[in-house]
Design a protein around this ligand. Structure first.
Ligand code: UDX
Ligand code: ADP
Length: 464
């Protein structure tokens, strides 16, 4: 089956934040394989073929330039891709359902099922199917059921290989992952298929980091890993609200508890709230799964992580409103950062969207600034037409503003000339640091009214 020049043909369906970086790394580390990435969106594929990639991910373009046209190819020809492939990775989008049964919680599997049916219709030989998108538990079994309907006598083995890469550090995470998880049915053909996937990763990852498990454990581990990570953020964010009341500092608390090796020091940065395509979706998937089995207490426990996140974001907007004399009407507010975190152009589930919507409800004049996510921000906010201003340059965004609301922890915002910014702002000049990345004392000395997360504000005017 494989192209004669290559040992194996690998296909990835879905050229997004997951498929693009994952397959580029495989192509880079395994020149003996031919790697093809297909997508239904022609403009997306076209962009992958240029140096203006459809996603921003540090280090990605450099790797693509090394492999593109050699053993890495981008195409819209899904059918030929399927026909030629020995192994098919599936990384199509699985957003939360917005309609019908399970709306708001369960995953929308329409793209995923369409992919299964594309494979069923087109395949002419046996294949291993690798589930790379995050999917509800038992999806692999459902995939296998659809594929077993083929009348051509073909054999499809479905393997789960959840992605644990974080955007912004995807290349690093793929190059040196903490672990790669590969789940399969534990019969002879399942184990054989899983070993084939293990061998791909073993080209560059030490074997003790390649974990195998049964299918369900693998699928569930992805949801649980993300739910645990999100839980840490909601836990520290909940304590940030308390710190603001009792004269404690959240960064000191986080540092002190993080030194306990049982707790650890990662993922304890209080923030305006977590975003991204995975956390909320995966927790809600877990919640839906628990509800399906009548585990209502378990479902409520995990759902509270999402509720706490929503609370943290709305608390941030309330702080802005209250500090600015309970009226934001016509006030120019510069939103620094629209991406859901630094080093990505991705804005899915970003706290910035929620903050912007709330500020618009208060009739503020919102100006969005971001070094990489302006295009996505414009798309997310298109319903507002010209009512929202976009300024990539933070100095222009802050000019004549009453306040700056920092949402994304881009390094760029740490090194701006805040004296210059201050002098060009309306007074009193407010700064709300939703990430605690700025030098608050210094800003206060410049003249700003400074509102961090989880510690007392630094204000010049104290209420009587
Ligand atoms: C996450 C998981 O980390 C990754 O393993 C999984 O495969 C996909 O989902 P990602 O969504 O890309 O990755 O970003 P992550 O770095 O986990 O951050 C998620 C959100 O939490 C961001 O909005 C981030 O800013 C926020 N966050 C993170 C905090 O608010 N505080 C922290 O301490 C850490
Ligand atoms: P993720 O963050 O999970 O990678 P993205 O939305 O960035 O999600 O990428 C998923 C990609 O999958 C999108 O570019 C979408 O066009 C593509 N896609 C969805 N359904 C299909 C399909 N049936 N065939 C090919 N590509 C698909």
């Amino acid at each position: 089956m494989a192209d004669k020049k290559f040992e194996k043909n690998l296909l990835c369906i879905g050229a997004g934040y997951v498929g693009g970086p994952t397959m580029t790394m495989i192509a880079h580390k395994c020149p003996q394989y031919k790697v093809t990435i297909v997508d239904v969106l022609p403009e997306k594929i076209k962009a992958w073929q240029t140096d203006d990639l459809p996603i921003y991910e540090p280090g990605l373009l450099e790797l693509i330039k090394l492999c593109r046209g050699k053993n890495l190819f981008f195409s819209t020809d899904v059918e030929t891709g399927i026909k030629e492939a020995d192994i098919i990775f599936i990384s199509v989008n699985t957003p939360t359902k917005t309609f019908g049964e399970g709306a708001g919680k369960s995953a929308d599997l329409q793209y995923w099922e369409k992919t299964a049916r594309d494979i069923l219709r087109t395949a002419e030989s046996d294949k291993i199917i690798v589930e790379r998108s995050t999917l509800p538990v038992k999806t692999a079994i459902a995939m296998e059921r659809i594929l077993s309907l083929n009348e051509k006598g073909l054999k499809f083995e479905v393997v789960s290989n959840p992605e644990f890469l974080a955007e912004g550090s995807a290349i690093k995470d793929l190059e040196k992952p903490d672990r790669v998880l590969i789940g399969s049915k534990e019969n002879e053909s399942g184990i054989k298929a899983r070993n084939e996937i293990v061998e791909i990763y073993a080209n560059w990852i030490p074997r003790d980091r390649l974990i195998t498990s049964n299918l369900m454990s693998s699928e569930l581990s992805k949801l649980v890993a993300n739910s645990f990570l999100a839980q840490r953020i909601s836990s520290i964010n909940s304590i940030s609200a308390l710190c603001e009341k009792v004269d404690a500092e959240i960064s000191e608390v986080a540092h002190a508890i993080g030194k306990d090796s049982r707790i650890g020091d990662k993922f304890l940065n209080a923030s305006v709230g977590f975003g991204g395509s995975c956390f909320k979706k995966d927790i809600l998937n877990l919640v839906y799964l628990c509800e399906t089995f009548g585990l209502n207490e378990v479902a409520a426990y995990w759902e509270s992580i999402v509720k706490m996140n929503e609370y943290q974001t709305s608390r941030f907007v309330q702080t802005i409103n209250k500090a600015m004399f309970n009226t934001l009407t016509n006030k120019r507010i510069a939103v620094f950062g629209f991406a859901f975190k630094a080093n990505t152009s991705d804005t899915r589930e970003t706290a910035a969207l929620y903050v912007t919507q709330k500020l618009m409800m208060e009739k503020a004049h919102v100006v969005i600034s971001d070094p990489k996510a302006i295009k996505n921000a414009k798309n997310d906010l298109k319903n507002y037409g010209d009512d929202i201003e976009f300024q990539e340059d933070p100095y222009k965004a802050a000019k004549s503003a009453h306040a700056i609301a920092l949402i994304t922890e881009w390094d760029l915002y740490k090194t701006l000339d805040y004296t210059k910014i201050y002098h060009e702002m309306e007074k009193p000049a407010f700064i709300f640091d939703g990430r605690n990345i700025l030098d608050h004392e210094k800003l206060y000395k410049i003249g700003f009214e400074v509102y961090p997360i989880g510690k007392a504000p630094l204000i010049h005017f104290k209420e009587g």
